[in-house]
Ligand binder design. Structure first.
Ligand code: SAM
Length: 249
């Protein structure tokens, strides 16, 4: 969605400039012919062979941003602030662009809540970020470090397959306020089911590209849109469709 409004994101000039730089790099990559050709090939392979994902697709994406657009990141930042989320899981971190927005919001929420509770420093929170590609995790760490104190202390990046790294006995908080699902489509439902027992009542789940990849998300959407599974859900008209779901079991 195009908007003329100024960014709602509270951050130092240095972090704003870093975000702009990363979005610009990501935009160039997404608009490149090779990336467009890749998406077209994926579509054809799905229609002809029913192939949802492949090792070759993984290989192609190994050094790509595939980051959320600015407007989605800004929306997610503001949503995270508005629900006061302190414990967030990000399924799919890539180079850490959306992670920086989440960490800004979580850090600001925690500091606000500490202030309200008269400086109780035991109040804390974090973004549990996940990335299976080592090279991407290295870059994400560099970007978060570059963002500095407003961001880096609020992130715990777990490398490896999130279906392992997010198990609760691995030290993931037991009460999750917000889950961002920005992951390859076959992983969306298994990730949701893994995290669901940790979601607090009223927790928010955001899932990217549910419109454009509707067929690939079929089982996931059937699950999250069925109130018997505890969620109330609607699709927001961002590019590709952004599913906003609230856990109300
Ligand atoms: C769409 S990108 C995430 C983009 C990021 N949220 C952003 O906006 O900057 C999805 C990422 O999920 C990672 N991924 C795929 N399968 C994974 C798995 N099983 N465990 C952890 N990460 C995985 C991919 O390597 C890829 O970097």
């Amino acid at each position: 969605m195009k908007s003329d409004s100024p960014t709602p994101v509270v951050a130092s000039l240095r972090v704003q400039q870093l975000l702009q730089k990363l979005h610009a790099l990501s935009d160039v990559e997404e608009k490149s012919w090779s990336q467009r050709f890749f998406y077209l090939t994926r579509l054809v392979r799905f229609l002809v062979f029913g192939e949802i994902w492949s090792a070759a697709a993984d290989e192609h994406m190994r050094d790509k941003f595939v980051a959320l657009d600015r407007d989605k990141c800004q929306f997610i930042y503001l949503l995270t602030r508005s629900v006061g989320a302190c414990n967030v899981i990000e399924a799919g971190t890539s180079f850490g662009l959306s992670t920086i927005y989440l960490a800004l919001a979580v850090g600001q929420n925690v500091l606000l809540q500490r202030k309200i509770a008269a400086g109780t420093t035991s109040l804390t929170g974090k973004v549990t970020a996940t990335e299976k590609e080592h090279a991407k995790a290295v870059k994400a760490r560099l970007h978060c470090k570059e963002a500095g104190d407003e961001v880096e202390p609020w992130i715990e990046l777990r490398e490896g397959d999130l279906l392992e790294s997010l198990k609760v006995d691995n030290g993931v908080p037991e009460r999750i306020d917000l889950l961002l699902l920005d992951i390859w489509t076959p992983l969306a439902l298994p990730t949701l089911k893994l995290v669901q027992p940790m979601l607090k009542c009223g927790a928010v789940v955001i899932t990217d590209n549910v419109g454009i990849a509707k067929l690939l998300y079929r089982e996931f959407l059937e699950y999250i849109r069925n109130p018997e599974n505890g969620f109330r859900s609607l699709t927001l008209p961002y590019s590709g469709g952004l599913e906003l779901s609230v856990y109300l079991p």
